[in-house]
Design a protein around this ligand. Structure first.
Ligand SMILES: Nc1nc2c(ncn2[C@@H]2O[C@H](COP(=O)(O)OP(=O)(O)OP(=O)(O)O)[C@@H](O)[C@H]2O)c(=O)[nH]1
Ligand SMILES: [Mg+2]
Length: 332
């Protein structure tokens, strides 16, 4: 589990550290916003309020792909490519497999070896804490903190599990799906729904003996993509080839992202998506607060065990029980 910071928290020092791009302060700030402990919620909100005016000025890129597709290697190379060009890159790696052990996160650290030693990069592995959907609590807040710290490219990596891609899409401007060539039909085994929400497909590991197969897969995906509605209004999703290992194609991917940002900013699609994401964030925040307030209410805590038992016995339907529970806390 995420380690809660020691109290007392000097919030203005923490905010100043974040604004000053102090990576240790940024790491502590993220720990604070990821914390599920009720005593940290208010401090986290105050910290966010302090840094919010500085946030928003980045390109947020989501990268997903099957286990072993080469995500971490790709991000390592891509991130170094960007820092060499003067960018500051933050990587938030969300790992649904390691909510308890943080097992494969150590592996991820080593697979982003070059980037983790780069002064202009910040890598943050986050366990999901078992949250359904596989995106960590506090990821939205972490993005804002990284932006306030001056990182202008934010990369969020998550392993493809079906639901996690949909959640990731709702956090980013540009959504990249990494694929690898496999035996048989290239379209087998990849969820069509995920291709539909991607702004670019990258046939990764296009190096050595695999180059020709990767090129063929790219052509096949490009044919298939013509039949799909665009993931982003006004943008045509295409398949590309790249190799995180050799760096081939990385420059092309960055150029695609730059074109995407320029085009969607000009058309208004960029801002429209960010605004929709803010609205979704509000709705999510309301729903999770309502849930907390509801279950923390003394009348609910007192009545819940009996009502649950009645539902489990079949004496009461779940919707009727829910109405009874709500009537305990709602006026009228
Ligand atoms: N040939 C080749 N191998 C690669 C490339 N990128 C990654 N690999 C290898 O593929 C394996 C998985 O790479 P990772 O970068 O850890 O893949 P990942 O998608 O982050 O994996 P998980 O985080 O476990 O889902 C490693 O053995 C890498 O050495 C590439 O561009 N070319
Ligand atoms: Mg990885």
């Amino acid at each position: 589990m995420t380690q809660a910071p020691q109290r007392p928290i000097d919030l203005s020092a923490l905010a100043a550290g974040v604004r000053g791009s102090d990576r240790a302060a940024l790491a502590r700030a993220i720990t604070l916003v990821e914390s599920r402990a009720p005593q940290h919620a208010e401090a986290a909100q105050r910290l966010l309020a302090e840094v919010l005016p500085l946030a928003g000025q980045s390109i947020r890129i989501g990268i997903t792909g099957a286990p072993g597709a080469g995500k971490s290697t790709f991000i390592d190379t891509f991130g170094c490519f960007l820092t060499e060009r003067g960018h500051k890159v933050a990587v938030l790696a969300i790992d649904p497999s390691s909510s308890l052990t943080r097992g494969s996160i150590l592996g991820d650290k080593t697979r982003m070896e070059r980037l983790s030693r780069d002064q202009n990069a910040f890598i943050r592995p986050s366990p999901t804490g078992g949250v359904l959907g596989g995106v960590a609590a506090g990821t939205r807040e972490s993005i804002l903190l990284c932006e306030a710290a001056g990182f202008d490219v934010i990369v969020i990596e998550t392993v493809g599990t079906g639901q996690s891609e949909i959640t990731l899409r709702s956090l980013v401007d540009f959504f990249l799906l990494l694929l690898i060539t496999g035996a048989g039909d290239e379209l087998q085994g990849i969820k069509k729904g995920v291709i539909e929400i991607a702004d670019a497909l990258v046939i990764n590991k296009a190096d050595g003996d695999n180059k020709i197969a990767a090129g063929a897969a790219r052509a096949e995906f490009n044919r298939a993509l013509r039949l799909l509605a665009p993931a982003t209004a006004g943008w045509t999703t295409r398949a590309h080839t790249a190799s995180g290992m050799t760096g081939d194609g990385i420059d092309e991917i960055w150029e695609v992202i730059r074109q995407f940002v320029a085009g969607t900013k000009a058309s208004g699609a960029f801002d429209a998506r960010r605004q929709a994401q803010l609205r979704d964030w509000l709705r999510d925040a309301i729903e999770s607060r309502l849930r907390e307030v509801f279950y923390a209410h003394p009348a609910v805590q007192e009545a819940l065990p009996e009502i649950e038992a009645a539902v489990m016995r079949g004496d009461l339907s779940a919707p009727t029980a829910a109405e009874q529970m709500l009537s305990l806390i709602l006026p009228g």
